[in-house]
Design a protein around this ligand. Structure first.
Ligand SMILES: O=C(O)C(=O)Cc1ccccc1
Length: 311
């Protein structure tokens, strides 16, 4: 009998990206097949088309904030679900072809988030050199190896993979930067609740007074804490925004489920992006007695009795 085929994981490639390291740390080096994609849109497209079973993409960084390609790629297009989050400490090297010295460098290239996290250090190491964007840190290393540019800001493993040497190690304006990656899959069964989960949503609200307060109230009245909220342009016209947010809890929890029903009523559009185990090493805040599943069950029972005239 044929066994189950190996899981195909797309990731922001090429080989040697932080996304690949995050994928390996999430699923193991020997699990499934890793498929490098040319960018975040390509990684998500591979899942939507069925060419991959899941994709590992960067979502946000502790220094530079969210990755717009991922935020927008999840908010638009066919629905996808986040099934895991992965946190990775990122540390960079400035890498060049063997024999290069900082004085030889006329161009430096990297992912915009890597450039943002190293801007001050690059200005010191390479005065007057204007940094250029690449689709990923490993793509930048590949371009340097191919002679398209002189230096790349990348992971030590990417420098090694593309035969580059470090002109400077541990390049960072602020040490301790952490990037949050997510594993996304086509719609399907949700990860089981673990008791320490997060739920991600995109809420589109009308252009009216108090719209954001309406969104926040749905969480506040049910004792649900938000872990992230940011606005993104809907790209329809200036002034119409969506709110991308994460809250504590799983949609299977009564309070979260009820909050989502409430949001579905008050929002012009609500996209559920998944409930998955919290992986940032922190614990969700304790649920107050009035917001537990038992409290919601008891209240539903009470209402049923009232409606039946059994007061
Ligand atoms: O380009 C990469 O290697 C990525 O995985 C994206 C990224 C870039 C900079 C910091 C963290 C993640």
């Amino acid at each position: 009998m044929p066994g189950t085929p190996p899981t195909r994981y797309a990731y922001l490639g090429p080989e040697g990206t932080f996304a690949e390291s995050a994928l390996i740390s999430a699923v193991g080096a020997d699990e499934g097949i890793r498929q490098p994609a040319a960018g975040v849109p390509a990684a998500l497209a591979a899942v939507r088309s069925g060419d991959a079973d899941a994709a590992l993409v960067p979502l946000e960084n502790s220094v530079e904030g969210s990755v717009p390609a991922t935020m927008d790629g999840l908010a638009d297009g066919d629905p996808l679900l986040i099934t895991r989050e992965v946190f990775l400490a990122v540390s960079f090297v400035l890498a060049g072809r063997p024999g290069t010295t900082p004085a030889d460098v006329r161009s430096v290239v990297s992912h915009p988030h890597a450039l943002a996290q190293t801007a001050g250090s690059l200005a010191r190491l390479l005065p007057g050199v204007v940094p250029l964007p690449a689709t990923s840190t490993a793509e930048a290393a590949r371009q340097v190896a191919d002679g398209e540019h002189d230096a790349a800001v990348c992971a030590p493993i990417a420098a090694e993979r593309y035969g580059l040497t470090a002109l400077a190690e541990d390049v960072a304006d602020r040490p301790g930067a952490v990037t949050r990656f997510v594993l996304v899959a086509p719609p399907g069964p949700l990860p089981e609740p673990t008791g320490n989960d997060k739920t991600s949503l995109v809420a589109v609200v009308g252009d009216r007074t108090g719209a954001l307060l309406d969104v926040l109230s749905e969480f506040a009245v049910r004792g649900i804490s938000l872990t992230r909220i940011e606005s993104r342009p809907t790209r329809e016209r200036l002034g119409v925004y969506s709110f991308s947010l994460d809250c504590e809890g799983h949609v299977a929890d009564a309070r979260v489920g009820e909050a989502l029903s409430g949001l579905h009523r008050v929002c012009d559009d609500l996209r559920f992006l998944g409930s998955y185990p919290r992986a940032d090493g922190r614990e969700n805040k304790p649920v107050t007695p009035v917001s537990t599943d038992a409290a919601f069950r008891e209240a539903a029972g009470w209402l049923e009795r009232v409606r039946a005239g059994r007061v």
